[in-house]
Design a protein around this ligand. Structure first.
Ligand code: BGC
Length: 755
């Protein structure tokens, strides 16, 4: 049966099914499986994203019931900070191996929503505040996963950037930010990797539920981007099932006990739903089931220790060295150390909710530090605080006393698990007061203090000026403890970069006044100015900028050159490791168009490349920016358009550590917006065809002298905003017909410029 099933065309399989059978295919059998119908077997979909959460008992989307042991790779927050697509592809491959070993057909991830506000409770599950980073890294994860014959589910589509009221809220987003920021990463992944499935989100977009949004699920996703897979609902996201089906939502999950299938059947019989629509959805489901079945292997297994080692490697790459005054790090392996903070012993390595993985093993930093130290007895430990915030002063006093007598104090601080979860947002970005106080006291007792942070969303760092060395350790997965020791002792030279800005205070953040909305709506008032685009446009100070991350060595940049051609831009720069140990630099390319006719961020990341260099080694790095990546979304033409002009191109080690600047002249795409009575005199004058025509008409009407006066700067500016159709209202001898004639002539000539 199976061999025949997988080789038949999906249309042929579906042609043999009744309406009831086809409808049955379009919703789950239970929480995690599709229905077996006729010749079509059932397959399993399961969370995701940074491990396989295959439940053994119970079924829930909240991470409550048990699941089989699986490698807990670093959650997306740390994956994003690696800025390393090759590494993430390897993570994808490992996830695929584990999914196959568990007979899982589709793994529910990656999540690539934009981190719009630091308060989003699920930011730990997302990659970046920047769509280029989210898109590139998301694509790498999908590529790796699907290379193993396991489908990805790119989620949550779309504009799902908060947890507050997530099942109802309407994300009210203007066309430009929607396309340029919130959809662009999805577009990259879909066009580059064809994920088997896309998961529509719970929320509404501009008033319409994602799950029944024809524009989103069909016009954008399929017609514009060419998506060939199936759309699955987020668990329980369906509003009206038949509307969803007609909009392009193929598979409803989990199961409704046959209720929604019956609604579909009734709608087809009543003539309210075209059976052809049902056929298409059923065919898409059959195609994915065929792929999953064809790739399933009864004997599939994976090497859990190799995956643990990979989790450690990735975690080491995700750690960001924020600060390292006087080269306090790496730690000498003989220094006496006061390790402080409960997180050193009891690591926080993932967030709560549907992504909660049951790890195969967990490394804690304290044991790993002791194991790596020349003399484990020289490493003291004081918890300093409790995870739930109970008890206080005694633990803190003990920790400060330990810090005072050690060569170096290393404090593990972080957010309580209860503050970060799927399902609700954070209320602030502060570490617990007891921890902040402890850090102040420890650094006062020992100026050689290192702070290691565990947090899924960014936190305020009021202690940053006083503390000489800070490692941002995010949530690092099951091998985070050993990876932290690797970085502390310099076995791994840190190369992680901030994929999101660390602000000075919440009030500075882009969505501060528009998050999480009210009365069922959240207005994306900051428009395209999300993340560093906002701070840069407003020249706001930040604690640590997007793209920032130090190394134990230093890098010098030279010979930066940019060339432009029809295919886009090519930038080249020579990077030299100017320090004393091998290291990895993430070279970042930012582009702006200062003279743009539309609002723009001062600079946007358009390319990055990592380069590994031995001490003293030097290499040329090339970054290519395809022309389409220069485009902005034109709200007149409703498409991406490359604006012509002199682009400012910068290369650097972060968005605020630009080492070299260049310019590149780029020819623009032509955008022909038809001219009509609403077109202003200014717009017409600026048009290469209509401009001279208008000039001539004015000379004829007013005489050359008066026309010359009219073209004077101030008069010209005054007249520029007049819609041409209104000129006839001023009794200056211009009638509507002659205006229309001029417009017709100009439009005709613009269509066929050489005629
Ligand atoms: C989450 C999804 C998840 C699904 C299944 C939902 O609550 O939003 O990300 O894949 O549950 O657990």
């Amino acid at each position: 049966m199976t061999a025949e099933f997988t080789t038949r065309s999906a249309a042929d399989v579906v042609a043999g099914l009744s309406i009831e059978q086809k409808a049955a295919l379009t919703s789950g059998e239970n929480f995690w499986e599709t229905k077996a119908v006729g010749d079509v077997p059932s397959i399993m979909l399961t969370d995701g994203p940074h491990g396989v959460r295959k439940q053994t008992t119970g079924a829930d989307h909240l991470g409550i019931g048990d699941s089989v042991p699986a490698t807990c790779f670093p959650p997306a927050v740390a994956l994003g900070a690696t800025f390393d697509p090759q590494l993430l592809e390897r993570v994808g491959i490992a996830l695929g191996e584990e999914a196959r070993a568990e007979n899982v057909g589709v793994l529910l991830g990656p999540g690539i929503n934009i981190k719009r506000s630091p308060l989003c409770g699920r930011n730990f599950e997302y990659l970046s505040e920047d769509p280029f980073v989210s898109g590139e890294l998301g694509a790498a994860l999908v590529r790796g996963l699907q290379s193993q014959g396991v489908g990805a589910s790119l989620k949550h589509f779309a504009a799902n950037n908060q947890e507050h009221d997530r099942l109802r809220v309407s994300s009210d987003v203007d066309e430009r930010p929607l396309r340029e920021i919130y959809l662009r990463g999805f577009e990259r992944v879909v066009t580059a990797e064809q994920p088997w499935t896309v998961m529509c989100s719970y929320n509404r977009i501009n008033g319409v539920y994602a799950s029944e949004n024809h524009w989103l699920l069909t016009e954008v996703l399929r017609d514009d981007w060419g998506f060939e897979g199936l759309v699955v609902s987020d668990w329980g996201a369906v509003n009206v099932r038949t509307h969803g089906l007609a909009a392009g939502l193929d598979l409803e999950m989990p199961a409704t006990g046959g209720r929604s299938d019956a609604e579909i059947v009734a709608a087809v019989h009543a003539g309210d739903l075209d059976e052809a629509v049902l056929d298409v959805a059923a065919e898409r489901i059959v195609s994915i089931v065929q792929k999953a079945v064809a790739n399933a292997r009864d004997d599939a297994s994976y090497d859990s220790s190799a995956h643990h080692a990979l989790a450690r490697e990735v975690a080491g790459r995700g750690i960001v060295l924020l600060k390292n005054d006087n080269d306090l790090l790496p730690l000498p392996s003989a220094a006496s150390l006061a390790v402080i903070g409960e997180f050193a012993r009891t690591p926080r390595y993932q967030g709560a909710g549907s992504s909660l993985i049951n790890p195969t093993q967990v490394d804690d930093a304290l044991s790993s530090i002791r194991a790596r130290h020349d003399n484990p007895d020289a490493v003291t430990f004081a918890p300093g605080f409790t995870l739930d915030g109970s008890e206080g002063a005694g633990l803190a006093d003990e920790a400060v006393a330990a810090a005072a007598v050690a060569d170096v104090a290393v404090i593990f601080a972080g957010l309580p698990a209860a503050e970060e979860s799927e399902g609700f947002d954070r209320e602030h970005i502060d570490l617990p007061a007891a921890q902040l106080e402890l850090i102040d006291r420890v650094v006062a007792a020992n100026s050689n203090t290192v702070v290691v942070l565990s947090n899924g969303g960014v936190v305020r760092l009021p202690f940053a000026p006083a503390v000489p060395a800070i490692l941002e350790g995010w949530l690092l997965g099951q091998a985070g403890g050993s990876a932290t020791a690797d970085v502390l002792f310099g076995d791994v030279n840190p190369s992680g970069r901030l994929a999101e800005t660390i602000p000075v205070r919440m009030q500075d953040t882009p969505a501060y006044l528009d998050f999480p909305g009210e009365r069922g709506h959240v207005r994306y008032g900051e428009g395209i100015f999300v993340g560093y685009r906002w701070y840069d446009a407003r020249e706001t100070d930040v604690a640590f900028p997007f793209g920032h991350g130090l190394s134990y060595t230093t890098f010098a940049y030279a010979d930066f050159a940019v060339t432009a051609d029809a295919a886009g831009l090519t930038a080249r720069v020579r990077v030299t490791n100017s320090g004393e140990r091998a290291g990895r630099e993430v070279v970042q390319l930012y582009i702006g168009l200062p003279e743009s006719t539309v609002q723009r961020a001062p600079r946007e990341l358009k390319g990055f490349a990592a380069v590994d260099l031995a001490a003293g080694e030097s290499r040329e790095v090339e970054i290519v920016v395809p022309r389409e990546d220069l485009a902005y979304w034109d709200v007149r033409a409703h498409r991406f358009v490359v604006e012509g002009g002199e682009y400012a191109v910068s290369v650097g080690a972060s968005s605020r550590d630009l080492r070299s600047n260049a310019t590149a002249a780029v020819e623009g795409d032509e955008v022909l917006v038809p001219l009509n009575g609403e077109s202003s005199i200014g717009e017409l004058s600026a048009d290469p065809v209509a401009g001279p025509m208008i000039q001539q008409a004015m000379s004829e009407l007013m005489g050359t002298e008066a026309a010359a006066i009219a073209s004077q700067d101030s008069i010209h500016k005054m007249m520029a905003s007049f819609p041409i159709g209104r000129v006839a209202n001023f009794g200056v001898g211009v009638d509507p017909e002659s205006v229309q004639q001029l417009l017709d002539a100009a439009n005709a000539q613009r269509q066929t410029p050489n005629a």
